[in-house]
Design a protein around this ligand. Structure first.
Ligand code: NAD
Length: 358
């Protein structure tokens, strides 16, 4: 029996979480769900979107399954997702992108793994608001230290990338490659422009790569990487990136395999693991029982493997593949036309997967 922290999230979160919970229970693996609400509704009720009890639960259980949580733009609270990753030091965001037969996508046979650094870079949350006293002082300091002038009406975000942070994420990528019999790791950067951050990332990546002679290593500049991925994705295998490029390129990779509805993810640290879909809370679909539960169900498959439940994970993945290949009990986004009246609901797709599990 595994005790798992279950965070349903907001928007479409609760419906895909319910579907995923049912499917995971149907594998026969025994779970006790420690349900912890977080997000917009909790913010309205408890004054914070991420109460301490959520951290306590994850610290105790070590493993969490999480639905998406809305981050209001420009106002309100900081991203719950970013806060969780930073507070629990979930330094690695692992996002496999694999095509399933039957999903319409530009390419077949894609099998990429994106390894995104999760704690540093422009996501570190070091931000200076336009017009504030601190920003004025920072602009002054930068003027004193460099020959650069920043306009007084600028906002500023700081991009820290450390040797420590880079070393552990690149090591993770190589260890993952070794464990999963992958042939190549590609490091992505913009070292030609940002010499002291991306340049450092590349230098450290090269150094770590030299410790893994059994695995091929190469690097790509991020803009070129994006073009290469839409032209020749089959050339790539494990891709390791700093936080911001990782965020963007993993959505690109999700697009290559048929969209956000089918892209799972995991946030991993030394101690804790939080599994969640790549997509967000898609508020306009909230409560319609309409969206695709696969991204979260496949995040559940990753969780099963993390728990060592390999046979249940394989069975569930095969059941998903069978339902998708048949193309009947799938949600609107996997139908040839999004207004197809025969599209399955979130829950009926989950039930079809359960039926195949038997
Ligand atoms: P989104 O991923 O929520 O939705 C974008 C579009 O993708 C949707 O309109 C829909 O067309 C499609 N989509 C997403 N999930 C789908 C699914 N399961 N099935 C079918 N189609 C699906 O992105 P957004 O609109 O940019 O973000 C909405 C909110 O979610 C924002 O507040 C954002 O901050 C938040 N967000 C949270 C997380 C997280 O919790 N980890 C991740 C990304 C975004």
């Amino acid at each position: 029996m595994y005790t798992i922290t279950l965070i349903p999230g907001d928007g479409i979160g609760p419906e895909i979480t319910e579907a995923t919970r049912k499917v995971l229970e149907a594998t026969g693996v025994l779970f006790r769900w420690d349900v912890q609400n977080a997000g917009l509704d909790v913010y309205e009720r408890e004054g914070t979107p991420l109460p301490e009890r959520v951290f306590e639960s994850i610290r105790k259980n070590k493993v969490a399954l999480k639905g998406p949580i809305t981050t209001p733009v420009g106002t309100g609270f900081r991203s719950v997702n970013v806060t969780l990753r930073q507070t629990l030091d979930l330094y690695c965001c692992l996002r496999p992108s694999k095509t399933f037969k039957g999903i319409r996508s530009m390419f077949q046979d894609i099998d990429l793994v994106i390894v995104r650094e999760n704690t540093e870079d422009l996501y570190a949350g070091i931000e200076f608001e336009k017009g504030s006293e601190k920003t004025r002082r920072l602009i002054q300091l930068i003027g004193d230290l460099t020959d650069k002038t920043i306009r007084v009406d600028a906002g500023i975000s700081i991009k820290p990338i450390s040797v420590f942070g880079t070393e552990r994420i690149v090591r993770f990528a190589f260890e993952y490659a070794r464990r999963n019999k992958r042939r190549k790791v590609t490091a992505v950067h913009k070292a030609n422009i940002m010499k002291y951050t991306d340049g450092l990332f590349l230098d450290v990546a090269r150094r770590v790569a030299s410790l893994y002679p059994d695995i091929e290593f190469e690097d790509r500049i991020v803009d070129n990487m994006c073009m290469q991925l839409v032209l020749k994705p089959e050339l790539y295998d494990v891709i390791v990136l700093p936080n911001l490029y990782g965020d963007i390129v993993s959505d690109l990779a999700a697009g290559l395999i048929g969209g956000l509805g089918v892209a799972p993810g995991a946030n991993l640290g030394e101690e804790y693991a939080v599994f969640e879909p790549v997509h967000g809370s898609a508020p306009k679909y909230k409560g319609l029982n309409k969206v695709n539960p696969l991204a979260m169900i496949l995040s559940g498959v990753m969780m099963l493997r993390h728990l060592g439940e390999f046979s249940a994970a394989d069975r569930l993945e095969r059941a998903v593949a069978a339902v998708v290949a048949e193309g009947k009990d799938v949600t609107y986004d996997l139908k040839p036309r999004p207004d197809d009246p025969s599209a399955a609901t979130t829950m009926s797709m989950a039930n079809a997967i359960i039926a195949r599990l038997a």
